[in-house]
Structures are given as structure tokens and as C-alpha cells.
Ligand binder design. Structure first.
Ligand SMILES: NC(=O)c1ccc[n+]([C@@H]2O[C@H](COP(=O)([O-])OP(=O)(O)OC[C@H]3O[C@@H](n4cnc5c(N)ncnc54)[C@H](OP(=O)(O)O)[C@@H]3O)[C@@H](O)[C@H]2O)c1
Length: 277
């Protein structure tokens, strides 16, 4: 384990991270495990989940005798699948303390062409999907009068990112879900917060932002002048889940390299120039 203080110590805690086999979810799962938690990572693609769990378990110092990271199959659009994943996590690790809702899909399409069914699919994954997980984990949290929920919001919870209307609506609603549960479930010992990452190239957006005009414009608008890394988002999750975050409830931590603070970006900064050659 790396250097931690009791403020950031998650020893004895168990986390379920949906979307935990890749991208930001994987970064969060790794950080939670490094800080002492045992973690179940889950998504729909079981080969990917099992491979990620093996690698993360090894990285966290787990072995056959003491598993630190395990994989679970979960489709957040299916209530039965969510309930099974929560049950399997508890069977494996004996309890559940932390839920991270990082499962996500993206759709970029001009809004005049957006089908309502497509809109519903994005919404179902991000919003109803998070709700299903919150309800399934929340029932356990209520029984033990303790639990921490972390939802993945986005910069698009706050500003428009052009032609991602379904995603933006979903991410705005994730903030609404976060505030609703923070207010309603605090009496059950449950804290609910969100993290809004800036742009981190992952499976969900790599083709849209790496070496594209859209990506260049994003970097012009990002004071730090670069995209983020999954591990740079993970620290906020450790903070929220650990004793350090014990009085934080109903908030959204923005981790965006300054994107939301930027009114006019430095278009002529060196990092915004196209690569020569
Ligand atoms: N990357 C960014 O710049 C960024 C910025 C702001 C917010 N976010 C949010 O951060 C979260 C993680 O995204 P990411 O960037 O890490 O993308 P990612 O690498 O594509 O991870 C998303 C994961 O969600 C899983 N998933 C999709 N639909 C699912 C479902 N129905 N049930 C269970 N799992 C499902 C996918 O695995 P399977 O296909 O195997 O199911 C995938 O592993 C998302 O909520 C995203 O909206 C990302």
C-alpha cells in the first residue's frame, strides 16, 4: 500500500465500481484498493472485467489467499443484474460500504437527428442505471446506517459541449439524483456526492477528442493545456469515500484542469497549435 494517513485510509471498506474495468472507473477502483479497500469492478463485458480485476488485484498486492479486487458482471440497465452484482460483491467480501457509479456511454449527434429511443438509452444508462445501483446498494447502507455513493457527473452537467444533448441531459440529471439522495438518505447514514471530470481520453470519447478539431478547441479552453488522466480523477473519489470526506454530502467535485473557470481560452498558447510534420 502507498503512503496514507487515517484521513484517507479505507482499510476494511468494500467498494463496488460500475464501469470499473476501464477508464475513470478503473482509475478509481485502483486508488480505492491502494488505500486499503477491497473492490469489485463491474461492467457488461465479462472478459474485460476479469482481466481488469486480475491486474488490479495484483497491483493492490492481492493473491489467491487474499483477493483485494474481484470482477462482477453487471448491466446497469437491468435491475436484476444490478441486484445480483451487489449480492455477489457482498458474498465475496462480506459487506459493502462504497458505491461508485462510473458506467457510462456516449452519443454525439446533431439534436435534430436525435431519436427519442437513443436519448432514452443514454438516460437509462447514466440516470436510471445509477438509480438502480443506488437503490440496491442503498438498502444495505440503510441497514448498516453507513454508506458512501459517488456518481460520475461531467463538465456537461454545467456547460454545453455541442451535439451531445442526450449525454448532457443525463449528466444534469445525475446532479439532481446526487442532491436528492444526499438530502433524503442522509438520515440513513448515507452520503451521496458526485465527481465531474474534465476531459480524460478513454474508450468513451477518445475518437472524439484525440487529434481532432474538437480536441484542439477543448485544449484551448483548458488552462492546464492538457487532457486529464484517470488517476487524477481518482483522488477525489478516495477523498469522498474516506474519513477525510465524512462531512461532504450533496456536492459535486469538479476535476477539470480549470475548464469551467475559463471564459476565453489562450488560443495561441503553444499547446493549442497543430503538431508540425
Ligand atoms: N472520459 C471523460 O472525459 C469523462 C468526463 C466526464 C465524465 N465521464 C464519465 O465517467 C464515467 C466513466 O467513463 P470513462 O471515460 O471511464 O469511459 P469508459 O472507459 O468507456 O468506461 C465506461 C464503462 O462503462 C461500462 N458500461 C457501459 N454501459 C454499461 C452498462 N449498461 N452496464 C454496466 N457497465 C456499462 C463500459 O463497459 P462495458 O461495455 O463492458 O459494459 C465501460 O467500461 C462515465 O459516466 C462518463 O460519462 C467521463
Amino acid at each position: 500500500m502507498g503512503i496514507t494517513t487515517s484521513l484517507f485510509d479505507l482499510t476494511g471498506k468494500v467498494a463496488l465500481v460500475t464501469g470499473g474495468a476501464s477508464g475513470i472507473g478503473r482509475g478509481i477502483a485502483q486508488a480505492l484498493a491502494q488505500h486499503g479497500a477491497r473492490v469489485a469492478v463491474g461492467s457488461r463485458t465479462i472478459d474485460k472485467v476479469e482481466a481488469a480485476a486480475r491486474e488490479l488485484n495484483q497491483a493492490a498486492g492481492g493473491d489467491a489467499s487474499e483477493v483485494r479486487v474481484t470482477g462482477v458482471s453487471i448491466d446497469v440497465t437491468q435491475t436484476a443484474s444490478v441486484e445480483t452484482a451487489v449480492r455477489k460483491t457482498v458474498e465475496r467480501f462480506g459487506r459493502l460500504d462504497i458505491l461508485v457509479n462510473s458506467a457510462g456511454v456516449m452519443l454525439r449527434k446533431p439534436t435534430f437527428e436525435l431519436e427519442v429511443e437513443e436519448f432514452k438509452k443514454i438516460y437509462d444508462t447514466h440516470v436510471a442505471g445509477s438509480l438502480r445501483c443506488c437503490q440496491a446498494a442503498g438498502r444495505l447502507f440503510r441497514e448498516q446506517h453507513a454508506g458512501c455513493i459517488i456518481n460520475l457527473a461531467s463538465i456537461s452537467s454545467f456547460v454545453d459541449l455541442v451535439e451531445v444533448t442526450s449525454y448532457a441531459c443525463a449528466k444534469n440529471a445525475v446532479i439532481g439524483l446526487t442532491r436528492s439522495l444526499a438530502n433524503e438518505w442522509a438520515k440513513f447514514g448515507i452520503r451521496t456526492n458526485a465527481i465531474a471530470p474534465g476531459f480524460v481520453p478513454t474508450e468513451i470519447n477518445r475518437k472524439m477528442i484525440e487529434n481532432t478539431d474538437r480536441g484542439r478547441r477543448i485544449l484551448e479552453h483548458t488552462p492546464l493545456g492538457r487532457f486529464g488522466k484517470a488517476e487524477e480523477i481518482a483522488g477525489a473519489a478516495v477523498f469522498l469515500a474516506a474519513p477525510a470526506g465524512g462531512f461532504v454530502n450533496g456536492h459535486c467535485i469538479v476535476v477539470d484542469g480549470g475548464y469551467l473557470a475559463c471564459g476565453i481560452g489562450e488560443a495561441f498558447a503553444p499547446w493549442a497549435q497543430p503538431k508540425k510534420g
